[in-house]
Design a protein around this ligand. Structure first.
Ligand code: BES
Ligand code: MN
Ligand code: MN
Length: 459
């Protein structure tokens, strides 16, 4: 066991305090997408920075303002340490809507059945806090840490991390390290801790089809004037074929194919299609032909429609030809697809196929490439030992379908691989009503983190 017993004792004795601290953070509604929450994000950032201020000798902490929400940057240096890790987390959360589907209010953290319920419980306040708590425990119990650390905790992950990229560019000389560490993913299943070696990338955009200048009487004008909802629906229908393959030109160019080893690795994981479907409530699967459900979610790119709106959506009928119709689209990407190139290709494809009687407005939003890590990295072996120390079971290696923009930025700007050590579960309702985090996973994650500092220092 690599964790000094003094650190373990400290962590166990302070579990009630740790849960209270998590509750305190969860009670702050840090919705980064909501401009009305700006002061609350500021408050969460200062709450976090105060934690580091109490850490003792060797720590320098600042709250760095950005064009958006602030970044908490806490640095630990000790002469003699030979390793340095960059630890990333995010204190912002997704909107809590729909509010009426929460059993208890989203920002009134409540413990039921050994789980803490609140928006951000698992994504990412609970998971992020495990690393802060383990570092503080080392400081209290041992007076120092065996590894230098840079905590970077941002408030804009859920809106694409664009200001963080600027921060990393500005400080790239000071941020030299050996490896990055993030807990913002999931275990494979309860009792199956996992290390994630691949994440999908993403790009997000919105399209708006314009017809007449304003809504018109559909009896007087309809039949002669183009209907933008019809045109939008037709355009969207062009984006997939019957095999559920994406039809954006060049979409699959540069996609790194799955190797036979990747594919057997995936089939060795237990997967029950019926319970997977049951979890979602969908009546059946619908994915790209020739790939398993795991492959479709972890290693194949997609084009998803996230929202569609336009015309009259109030009660009862209304006979109009609407002026416009919109859709929000995100594409999940795999290595080595280029988000900017594909966003342009999508725009050009839609413009080229648009009926000449309509006008199309295309607005690009955030984007980031996918991440794929070399499975033979010694950092993965060290992390694996740490996870086993915390969870009592060796982790499986998986990929995941979600995106964390900074992971590709760490690789590109700082040359760092990221250890994605997920303490959460896919069933924690992240981004959904009744989000929660198991307190057992919270405490085990904290122990694993405490072990990680020792394991990395030893490499
Ligand atoms: N923590 C998630 C990403 C995640 C969740 C990865 C579960 C793997 C498993 C992160 O906070 C998130 O939600 N990211 C967004 C992307 C962002 C650019 C809006 C996502 O994946 O939709
Ligand atoms: Mn997250
Ligand atoms: Mn998220």
């Amino acid at each position: 066991m690599m964790i000094p017993s003094t650190v373990i004792d400290d962590l166990i004795a302070r579990r009630p305090e740790a849960v209270q601290l998590l509750s305190q953070l969860l009670a702050i509604p840090t919705v980064s997408a909501d401009p009305g929450c700006a002061e609350l994000l500021q408050k969460a950032a200062s709450t976090l920075s105060e934690l580091f201020h109490s850490a003792g000798a060797g720590w320098v902490t600042e709250v760095v303002p950005t064009a958006g929400h602030p970044i908490v940057w806490a640095r630990y240096r000790r002469p003699g340490n030979t390793r340095r890790a960059i630890v990333y987390g995010h204190y912002d959360v997704q909107p809590a809507d729909p509010l009426n589907l929460w059993t208890t209010p989203a920002f009134e953290p409540t413990i039921r059945d050994g789980r803490i319920y609140a928006r951000g419980a698992t994504d990412d306040k609970g998971q992020m806090l495990t690393h802060v708590l383990s570092a503080l425990a080392w400081m209290r119990a041992e007076g120092s840490l065996p590894i230098d650390l840079d905590f970077i905790i941002e408030g804009e992950e859920e809106v694409g991390s664009e200001n963080l990229e600027r921060f990393l560019e500005q400080h790239r000389e000071e941020l030299k390290g050996d490896v990055a560490v993030i807990s913002d993913t999931s275990q494979y299943a309860p009792g199956w801790p996992a290390i994630t070696t691949g994440l999908r990338g993403i790009f997000a955009c919105e399209i708006k089809v314009h017809g007449p200048r304003k809504d018109l009487h559909s009896g007087v004008f309809g039949g002669a004037i183009p209907n933008p909802i019809r045109e939008l629906a037709r355009l969207l229908s062009l984006l997939h074929n019957e095999q559920n393959e994406v039809q954006i030109p060049g979409f699959y160019e540069g996609v790194i194919p799955l190797t036979p080893e990747d594919r057997t690795g995936f089939t060795e994981l237990p997967f029950d299609e019926a319970s997977f479907l049951n979890e979602t409530g969908a009546a059946g699967l619908r994915g790209e032909a020739g790939y398993t459900a795991i492959e479709q979610r972890w290693a194949r790119p997609t084009c998803e429609f996230n929202g569609i709106f336009g015309g009259y959506t109030g009660p009862g009928p209304k006979t109009i030809v609407p002026a416009c119709a919109s859709a929000k689209i995100t594409c999940r990407l795999v290595a080595d697809q280029d988000p900017q190139r594909l966003m342009k290709s999508l725009e050009a494809f839609l413009q080229a196929n648009l009926h000449p009687a309509c006008r199309l407005e295309f607005t690009g939003d955030h984007g980031c490439p996918a991440f794929l890590m070399d499975r033979t990295s010694p950092y993965l072996a060290a992390a694996s030992r740490a996870v086993e120390a915390g969870f009592g079971k060796a982790p499986v290696f998986i990929r995941e379908g979600g995106s964390i923009p900074v992971v590709a930025t760490f690789k590109r700007l700082l040359g760092l691989d990221t250890l994605l050590l997920g303490w959460g579960q896919n069933t924690d309702n992240l981004h959904s009503p009744d989000e929660h985090f198991s307190l057992e996973d919270f405490h085990r994650g904290t122990l694993a983190s405490a072990a990680l500092w020792a394991e990395l220092a030893r490499l």
